[in-house]
Design a protein around this ligand. Structure first.
Ligand SMILES: [Zn+2]
Length: 145
C-alpha cells in the first residue's frame, strides 16, 4: 500500500499531494516543504534538499535512512533517491497533479454516458498534453514520463 497525503508549504499559500511508496517513510521525514513563494525562507542545502521548479523538499535524511534500512532497502538515502524512487515524492508528476486529474475527470465525466470512446480519447489526449507541458516547464518527474 502507498500512502497519500496533502501537505501545506511553509507559508501556507500552496499545498502538494505527496506519495509515500510502500508506506515506508513517515510524513515527518519531510521536515519542510517550500513553495515558489516561500523558498527564500530557507538556506539551500543539497545534502538534505531537493529542488523542483521552485519547490523545495527538505528531508530528514538520517531518519529516512534508518527507516529504509529497517525495512530492507539497502540504498543510501539521498534527496534524489527518496524523490525519484517515490518513497516521498509528488503524487503524480507535480504538486498539483492529483487536483488536476480530479478536475479533468469531473469535467469530462458527462461524456461517459454520451460517448465513452470520446471520453477515453479526450482523457488520454488532455493528460498527455499536461505531461508535455510539465516536461517543458522542467518538472523532474515529468522528464522520465
Ligand atoms: Zn509557500
Amino acid at each position: 500500500m502507498c500512502r497519500n497525503e496533502r501537505r501545506f508549504c511553509r507559508c501556507g499559500r500552496n499545498s502538494a499531494s505527496l506519495l509515500f511508496r510502500d508506506n515506508l517513510l513517515y510524513p515527518e521525514v519531510l521536515i519542510n516543504l517550500y513553495c515558489p513563494l516561500c523558498q527564500d525562507q530557507t538556506v539551500w542545502n543539497e545534502a538534505i534538499m531537493l529542488r523542483d521548479c521552485g519547490w523545495i523538499l527538505e528531508y530528514d535524511i538520517p531518519g529516512a535512512q534508518a527507516l529504509l534500512q529497517q525495512q530492507g532497502v539497502r540504498s543510501t538515502a539521498t534527496p534524489e533517491f527518496l524523490f525519484d524512487e517515490g518513497y516521498l515524492s509528488w503524487q503524480g508528476l507535480s504538486p498539483g497533479d492529483q487536483d488536476l486529474n480530479a478536475a479533468l475527470h469531473r469535467r469530462l465525466a458527462p461524456l461517459i454516458e454520451d460517448d465513452l470512446a470520446r471520453y477515453l480519447e479526450s482523457m488520454k489526449s488532455e493528460w498527455l498534453r499536461h505531461v508535455a507541458e510539465l516536461k517543458v516547464a522542467g518538472w523532474r518527474k515529468a522528464q522520465k514520463a
